[in-house]
Design a binder for this molecule. Sequence first.
Ligand code: ZN
Length: 157
Amino acid sequence: MFEDLDELYQEVIREHSSHPRNFRALPAPARAVDGHNPLCGDQVRLFVEMDGERVKDVGFTGQGCAISRASASMMTDAIKGKSRAEVREAFGAFHEMVTTGHCDEGKMGKLAVFSGVHKFPVRVKCAMLAWHAALSAIEGGAPEVTTESPGDEGPKP
Ligand code: ZN
C-alpha cells in the first residue's frame, strides 16, 4: 500500500498500527475530542489530561487505517509531558512535513517516518487526524473535529 515509503519507515508504521501506544480511554477530568476523517473512514477519540500548561497523560481509542492508527500512536508518545506551546509547535512541524515532505529529522525524531506521506495527498488527512483532535483538546476547542473542516490540510494548489 505504501510502496514508495522507505522500508524502515513502513515497518515502524506497521508496528505502531498493530500495537498502538497509549491505546486506552482516560477517565474524567481528561478532555475527550472525537476526530473523524470522512474520506478514509478513520475515527479517533482522543483523551488529554492537562496538568496546568503540560500534557499529563494522553490516550486514544477508535478505528482507522494503518496510517491514522500509527500516527495517533506516535503522536500520543510525542506530546506526553509537553507544554501547550510545544504541542502547537510540534503540530506545525508535523503538518509541514506531511504536506511538503520537508523534514528536520533532528527535530522530528521518530515522527520522521511520516515524511513520505506527502506523496500520497489523500493520506495526509489520515496522518493529521489525531493531531487535529489533540490540538483541539489542549486548546479547549471543539469536542469534535473533522479533516474536512475549514483550514484543513489538503495539498496546496
Ligand atoms: Zn485513513
